[in-house]
Design a protein around this ligand. Structure first.
Ligand code: FAD
Length: 358
């Protein structure tokens, strides 16, 4: 007997339990057909809005390409995809996802790490955020936080670290027997030399985001209730709307090589590229009434969005996290092997570094 589950409606744990029971009762004669659904009305009943049928299946295929157990020598994600015999559209979407989600260059990113990440259920998982933003987390900690302080130099020996920098433009210095360093990996080499080997196996992926406010949500006429739009060939290949909130806002997103091509351009030029991408999806001449542009690669305190592992870089995150002479301790998303590139990973890494130090 074969049962069918619609992946967007079924909690996988419940599905697994029910299927195991059916398999037990049926003495091993039970099979499961997992599909991504077709009957729109059925999904609306549960408040689930579907992408159109073709795109839905192509996205499901694109994710499946990089799921499973990775065996053999590590290769780039690009080479990995070429070895798979999948349709061109599936390849295009899988490449777009690596560039968009991981901000990675598929020609350099480790296929082993991407397969592990996608197989681990990180994709599409819910991402809770504290109400009112992350500042409320800091406020709940009863420790003073000194902002607007730029560290420009560190020198250290065992159990003695001198830090120099600028506090609101004025010279500032501090000393501590041990420190936790949490700057992004794009900034780290300018402050400490000890992690060169680990850093040669990691890269910070460029990301650019352009938020556009329009007078009306013109996309809702043709695609009401759609949260994401994709145009793989455009300079900004991904857009999202603020759904479930209804507002005339579109966010354009470019990651990886697409962002690398655009980085450093003036905000007006980036808005122009974002509008060109919008028009590839929605022909017309709508002009934004306001916009906000952020280029993480061009930010001297970020030098990229978040980290990814290069081909052959297995173990680089653990190597980066390792303390040096019980004096320098390291935290930050890049040091977390489980949830790198996320706030959850950054928070976990801070707890890990604190435990190591105490
Ligand atoms: C565009 C974008 C979207 C994202 N979306 C999500 C998401 O939806 N969900 C999610 O979980 N994660 C998301 N992330 C990832 C998440 O934001 C990061 O993984 C996380 O913020 C990393 O935390 P961190 O403490 O390691 O580094 P950061 O948050 O980068 O903190 C490092 C700090 O060091 C400071 N610094 C740098 N240089 C110096 C210096 N010389 N002196 C003093 N201070 C310095 C920086 O100003 C910064 O405050 C996103 C990231 C980006 C860029």
């Amino acid at each position: 007997m074969f049962g069918t589950v619609h992946a967007p409606l079924f909690n996988p744990v419940i599905a697994a339990k029910e299927m195991v029971t059916a398999d037990h009762v049926g003495e091993g004669r039970f099979g499961l057909n997992i599909v991504v659904g077709w009957n729109e009305g059925e999904f609306q009943m549960f408040g689930v809005k579907q992408r159109d049928h073709e795109t839905r299946y192509e996205f499901a295929q694109a994710q499946r390409v990089a799921r499973g157990k990775f065996t053999g020598r590590d290769v780039s994600f690009d080479v990995f995809l070429k070895k798979k015999r999948v349709p061109r559209l599936t390849r295009t979407l899988a490449t777009m996802m690596v560039q968009g989600f991981d901000a990675a260059d598929p020609r350099k990113a480790s296929a082993r790490e991407i397969v592990e990440e996608w197989t681990g259920g990180g994709l599409g998982a819910s991402q809770p955020r504290p109400w009112g933003g992350y500042a409320s987390l800091l406020e709940s900690l009863a420790v003073p936080v000194q902002l607007q302080t730029v560290v420009t130099r560190t020198h250290w020996q065992r159990h003695s670290v001198h830090v120099e920098g600028l506090l609101r433009g004025e010279p500032w210095r501090a000393w501590a027997p041990r420190v936790v360093i949490t700057v992004p990996i794009g900034v780290l080499p300018s402050l400490v030399k000890e992690k060169r080997a680990a850093l040669s196996k990691l890269e910070s992926g460029p990301v650019i985001r352009v938020a556009l406010a329009f007078r009306e949500a013109f996309w809702e006429k043709r695609h009401p209730g759609v949260a994401f739009f994709h145009s793989p060939e455009a300079p900004f290949p991904t857009f999202w709307t603020p759904l479930p909130m209804h507002a005339p806002l579109l966010t354009a997103w470019a990651g990886g090589p697409k962002a690398a091509r655009l980085t450093g351009k003036r905000p007006e030029a980036l808005v122009g590229e974002a509008l060109r991408s919008v028009r590839a999806l929605f022909p017309g001449d709508e002009q934004p009434s306001a916009y906000l542009v952020y280029d993480w690669q061009a930010d001297p305190y970020a030098r990229g969005g978040y980290s990814y592992v290069l081909v052959g870089g297995e173990g680089a995150r653990e190597e980066l996290a390792r303390p040096v002479m019980d004096t320098l301790y390291f935290a930050g998303e890049a040091t977390d092997a489980e949830e790198a590139g996320t706030v959850a990973g950054a928070l976990r890494s801070g707890q890990r570094a604190a435990r190591e130090m105490l």
